[in-house]
Design a protein around this ligand. Structure first.
Ligand code: BF8
Ligand code: SF4
Length: 654
């Protein structure tokens, strides 16, 4: 029992530890931290990928006695098929998100959905120019309509032609490679349907063919993400540097506190607006106003664009309610633990679902409607105000933990920062720092929380180790929120953790930007939500163009220190296909087939230049990421020197 108690505290976040300690044994509801313990030991067949439930003759588990499924499926088929299905789940989730953004943008372009508008014409024009859409003398709404038509065609195309979106946003060398291996998607929905069919029982048994399909699905995922990010920028604005706060100390007992949780800015932007408009109604109840705060990626969206503080990240979503100070938790899509409802029933908190695809028994449901968005958002706030009246002061325990956050680094914002040093060629500021050896590389820190690891520990240790070794860090998703909560998204963290090279680089940027930015730059650049991993890859593409190489030569790695969701599997897979070394801090269910595992860890490198690294220890993880960056730096230098010496073009190999 003593051991069990100790293990329940699976977090390095002091706010989480405080809430766990304060609430232990007090309430009837458990949390993910308890349920994780109850779940041990977890099934090793599922864990390594050799459990098949594709048909109901199964489950078929591969053992010494049963070396194949009942249908004769080899472990490599089972593992590869499960991988495709996981990537499919992620792709479908991002497609759902990107499609909603596209459909809303179409409504806006047609003059419907009156509560939304085109906020960022610069982004609108940049997209129009990218797709060669004429804009001289045209109404912005007509331009948007043309962009949306391209997006929607990429969702639904049935004529087998190539995607139109993808070739515009990645290097032609990558497109050629994808055509060679037949993994360039035609459409997102078409790819999802094909892959579902291909993984039905009695269909594809070839693990290599299946792995290629997983990559095609992952590229379809990338298109969905890129569309979601691009159209959200047009509708809500491209993020710019913004100052805010993070962790449970942002809860204010004097305010009506509304936690906005999920992924879709279409809902959260409107909730934030309605909350500002309805301040007076909160004051009538004796509150000082209404405070919104974010959980998971919708939290990132409204932090980046509106400066709304971060409350917490994935693993601790239930604990936010256990502070007793959250009046309503309004959720949209993805990463919403059903467990929040049972916890909310121990308090006055209202859980409010808003989307037809996400309902939780016992929760309130407000049927959100883009055409009546403000009216619906006000309905949500009314429910929160009703709950506020029922708050019980004795149950409130808000950890006094919060940190300053400087966020809002879209690629455009990041390039603006570099432009202060080199206005003609901003990205060269970064590539020069790599070539001179001042920086050792760039690392995208992304992805979820996963209680198989100690909550946030991998995130923090890996970032600190990489910073110490002069790696420039960008972050998204729950990783970025781990940094926000722990105080790594501000300038103090640069002094504390950055190595000399990184410090010198940051000092140069700060000096050049001193009249342009009110705040010094943070240790980790927050690039947004998980769909905004597309921003992080756009950065890699910009660097590759500047260095005149394909992406596998760029010293740029990704890490998902605590990957959890199917979306993370899709993202990791496209990152590999697009040329990144991708570290994952939780071993995904592949080792059950050494063949499929080997493809992910080694063969992928030969074909695409990107590859996976599984490593659960955070210090070892940092070492492996550094080694991957060093190898690329070394090759890049050798190839550049050789090209110079022999006056030839740069070697195309990686
Ligand atoms: O899309 S990082 S736990 S919140 S899946 Fe979910 Fe993972 Fe968090 Fe955002 Ni991304
Ligand atoms: Fe078993 Fe084959 Fe059915 Fe999978 S598809 S559950 S391996 S019989």
């Amino acid at each position: 029992m003593a051991e069990k108690k100790k293990n329940r505290n699976r977090s390095v976040d002091p706010a989480v530890l405080e809430v766990l300690a304060e609430t232990e044994g007090k309430y009837s509801s458990d949390t993910a931290y308890d349920r994780f313990l109850n779940m041990q030991p977890q099934c090793s067949y599922g864990d390594t990928g050799i459990c098949c439930t594709i048909c109901i003759q199964g489950p078929c588990r591969i053992t010494k006695k049963a070396s194949k499924g009942i249908c004769g499926a080899h472990p490599y088929t089972i593992v590869a098929r499960n991988l495709v299905r996981h990537a499919l789940g992620g792709c479908a989730a991002h497609a759902d998100h990107g499609l909603h953004a596209s459909l809303l943008a179409r409504e806006v372009s047609e003059g419907h959905a009156p509560d939304y508008t085109i906020t960022d014409t610069k982004k609108l024009y940049a997209l129009a120019d990218m797709f060669d859409i004429p804009r001289e003398g045209r109404d912005n709404r007509d331009i948007l309509k043309d962009i949306v038509a391209i997006a929607l065609e990429d969702f639904n195309r049935l004529d087998g032609q190539d995607s139109k979106w993808l070739p515009k946003v990645i290097l032609p060398e990558r497109i050629e490679k994808f055509k060679e291996c037949d993994i360039l998607p035609s459409s997102i929905h078409g790819t999802i349907a094909d892959a579902m069919a291909q993984t039905h029982a009695g269909m594809d048994a070839d693990p290599v063919n299946l792995v290629f399909k997983a990559l095609k699905v992952a590229l379809a995922d990338y298109i969905g993400e890129h569309i979601a990010t691009s159209l959200s920028d047009v509708l809500f604005g491209t993020p710019k540097p913004v100052v805010s706060e993070a962790n449970m100390g942002v809860l204010d007992p004097d305010y009506v506190n509304i936690a906005v949780h999920g992924h879709n800015p279409i809902l959260s932007e409107m909730i934030v607006k309605a909350a500002r408009d309805m301040k007076g109604e909160a004051e009538k109840l004796g509150a000082k106003g209404i405070k919104c705060m974010g959980i998971c990626c919708t939290g990132n969206e409204i932090l980046m664009r509106q400066g709304v503080p971060i409350l917490t990240n994935f693993s601790s979503q239930e604990l936010a309610i256990m502070t007793g100070a959250v009046d309503a938790m309004v959720v949209d899509i993805q990463c919403i633990m059903p467990g929040i409802q049972a916890v909310s029933e121990c308090f006055h908190t209202r859980v409010i679902t808003t989307m037809p695809s996400v309902k939780i028994p016992g929760a309130y449901h407000v049927d959100f409607d883009d055409a009546r968005a403000m009216e619906k958002a006000r309905e949500v706030i009314e429910i929160a105000l009703g709950a506020y009246k029922e708050r019980s002061k004795e149950k409130i325990n808000i950890p006094n933990v919060k940190n300053k956050v400087v966020a809002g680094f879209s690629l455009e914002a990041l390039l603006d920062v570099f432009a202060a040093v080199n206005p003609d060629n901003p990205v060269q500021v970064l590539t020069d720092a790599l070539l001179s050896g001042e920086l050792r590389g760039v690392c995208l820190l992304a992805g979820c929380n996963n209680l198989k690891r100690v909550h946030d520990e991998n995130h923090l240790v890996i970032a600190q180790e990489l910073a110490k070794n002069n790696v420039l860090l960008v972050a998204t998703g729950c990783a970025a929120q781990a940094y926000a909560k722990a105080g790594l998204l501000n300038a103090d963290a640069v002094d504390k953790y950055a190595g000399d090279g990184l410090k010198a680089f940051m000092n140069r940027l700060n000096e050049a930007n001193k009249d342009r930015l009110n705040e010094k730059l943070p240790l980790v650049f927050h690039m947004g939500s998980c769909v905004d991993n597309s921003r992080a890859y756009d950065l890699m593409t910009a660097m590759a163009k500047e260095l005149q190489v394909d992406t596998p030569k760029v010293p740029y790695a990704a890490s998902a220190p605590e990957a959890m969701s199917e979306k993370a599997i899709a993202i990791g897979s496209w990152a590999v296909a697009l040329g990144m070394p991708v570290h994952v801090g939780v071993v995904p269910p592949l080792p059950g087939s050494p063949l499929v595992d080997g493809i992910a860890l080694q063969i992928a490198h030969d074909v695409y230049g990107g590859y996976f690294i599984w490593e659960t220890d955070p210090f070892e993880s940092a070492k492996k990421i550094l080694a991957a960056l060093d190898e690329r730096n070394w090759k890049l230098r050798v190839h550049r020197q050789a090209a110079e010496k022999y006056e030839t073009t740069l070697s195309k190999t990686w």
